[in-house]
Design a protein around this ligand. Structure first.
Ligand SMILES: O=P(O)(O)O[C@H]1O[C@H](CO)[C@@H](O)[C@H]1O
Ligand SMILES: O=c1cc[nH]c(=O)[nH]1
Length: 293
């Protein structure tokens, strides 16, 4: 028997439930962005767009950049949406919708997130780019799946000890980027490129140590994060999707890399004066590297 109708949900036109997509609508290279308006910013560089659709915050466009077929999709904010986007994109290529069973030959997709983020290191200032060598998840999503050998156990336990968070906050975990993609994008000739660990938080305010009116349970959280080091690498930046993308991509057999434009520096208190331009520059950088893959 195949996967039940309540688990693998198809729309009446046989597209997948949330994303409204069919297998033929997507490329093997998938660019994820948080903001649905960023999709058209990415495809503004394309030679042509051959497909587009949108349902809720999930806007998709597929087309060609320098002859290479790519799909750009918005995930909205947060790891809960990443759970939907990665599972549904994988289902499109790796589950037969007629038999409702996984295919025998599985396809490997390449995911590249082009996001925005806040730096927690003074020297990684606004308008820089950070490539995430690992995602540090404060989200817990990955623990709902059976997983073995995808979490960096030593780094995770050292961080847990270092942070000394109350147990009701959960157990943060590190998951590495795809090494091949990391090597490909880690362009030492580009002075704006930094690499480091990216914290993925379950909120923008309290979970990233921001205070507007509600005091924090762990006021020194960001300072402690900024001081953590593992094998000469630091926690560089915070955002809200990377660890889940890295974790689910690894569990499903895909490759993933997250690259973020730094628009806030939490150590100096600065916010970029040109966030739109910086994001466009990161998009161009990412597309040019993807075209050479
Ligand atoms: O600009 P995007 O890609 O959405 O990324 C960052 O911005 C959002 C918060 O403002 C979160 O999604 C965070 O990860
Ligand atoms: O500080 C920041 C900036 C962008 N996105 C985040 O999640 N945090």
């Amino acid at each position: 028997m195949g996967i039940k109708n309540s688990e693998l949900i198809l729309n009446t036109d046989a597209s997948i439930y949330h994303l409204n997509l069919k297998e033929e609508n997507i490329a093997d290279i998938i660019i994820t962005v948080g903001d649905q308006d960023r999709v058209a910013k990415v495809t503004s560089f394309f030679d042509e767009v051959i497909f587009e659709t949108q349902k809720r915050e999930f806007k998709t466009q597929t087309g060609f950049y320098k002859g290479k077929k790519m799909t750009v999709i918005s995930t909205g904010i947060g790891v809960d949406n990443i759970d939907i986007v990665l599972n549904e994109l994988d289902a499109l290529v790796n589950i037969n919708f007629e038999t409702r069973k996984p295919k025998k030959q599985l396809k490997k997709l390449k995911f590249v997130r082009i996001g925005t983020s806040g730096s927690i290191q003074k020297e990684i200032d606004v308008d820089q780019f950070v490539i995430s060598s690992a995602g540090l998840g404060f989200d817990g999503l990955i623990h709902f799946y059976k997983h073995q050998n995808i979490i960096e156990e030593e780094a995770s336990s050292q961080l847990i000890k270092h942070l000394d968070l109350s147990p009701n906050i959960g157990q943060p975990y590190f998951i590495k980027a795809d090494q091949e993609l990391l090597n490909h994008f880690n362009d030492s000739s580009n002075s704006r490129i930094n690499t480091g660990f990216t914290g993925t938080n379950i909120g923008f305010y309290g979970p990233q140590g921001r205070v507007l009116r509600i005091p924090l349970s762990h006021p020194d959280f960001i300072d402690r994060l900024a001081k953590f080091e593992y094998k000469n690498e630091k926690l560089t930046n915070l955002e809200m999707e990377t660890s889940a993308i890295y974790g689910l991509a690894k569990l499903l057999g895909h490759q993933a890399l997250s690259i973020n434009a730094i628009i806030a520096n939490r150590a100096t208190g600065n916010f970029s004066k040109r966030p739109k331009e910086t994001i466009m520059e990161l998009i161009e950088f990412s597309l040019n590297h993807l075209a050479k893959i």
